[in-house]
Design a protein around this ligand. Structure first.
Ligand SMILES: [Zn+2]
Length: 135
């Protein structure tokens, strides 16, 4: 009983959750949303602004730190996934300028071959299958 009270008290003293990456993202989103809303009529913009604002402050002043932390981790994972996809798309595009991308006929492994080398022998790094290609 006393332990539980102590725990509650220390939880209380730990205070509020504060600002994290998700909060920063939401406040940035809100700012961008409001700025865009000055030029374009966005349906339900007032409602959306209010909802995001409530979520933002509710999280910031929340005492449920583990849950807020978990939310932030999920947000970071999602963000990294999206950023990873975006940057790998970008690097694929820049690679296409200097390289041909072939697929191994046997195991479908993607193989990058520099352009402008004429006929070359390609060896699949995954299964060892060898084939001729013009690059
Ligand atoms: Zn292969």
């Amino acid at each position: 009983m006393i332990e539980n009270l102590k725990y509650r008290f220390s939880r209380f003293m730990q205070g509020r959750y504060g600002v994290d990456s998700l909060s920063r993202f939401l406040s940035f989103f809100l700012l961008a949303f409001i700025v865009v809303g000055m030029f374009i009529r966005i349906p339900f913009s007032g409602l959306i602004t209010l909802v995001v604002l409530v979520i933002l402050y509710w999280r910031m002043f929340s005492r449920d730190i583990p849950r807020r932390y978990e939310e932030n981790q999920k947000f970071l994972q999602l963000r990294d996934k999206l950023m990873g996809r975006f940057s790998s798309f970008g690097s694929n595009m820049s690679q296409l300028k200097d390289y041909h991308i072939y697929k191994c006929a046997r195991c479908n492994q993607k193989i990058r071959i520099p352009r402008g080398k004429g006929h070359i022998m390609v060896r699949c790094p995954r299964c060892g299958y060898e084939f001729h290609k013009k690059s």
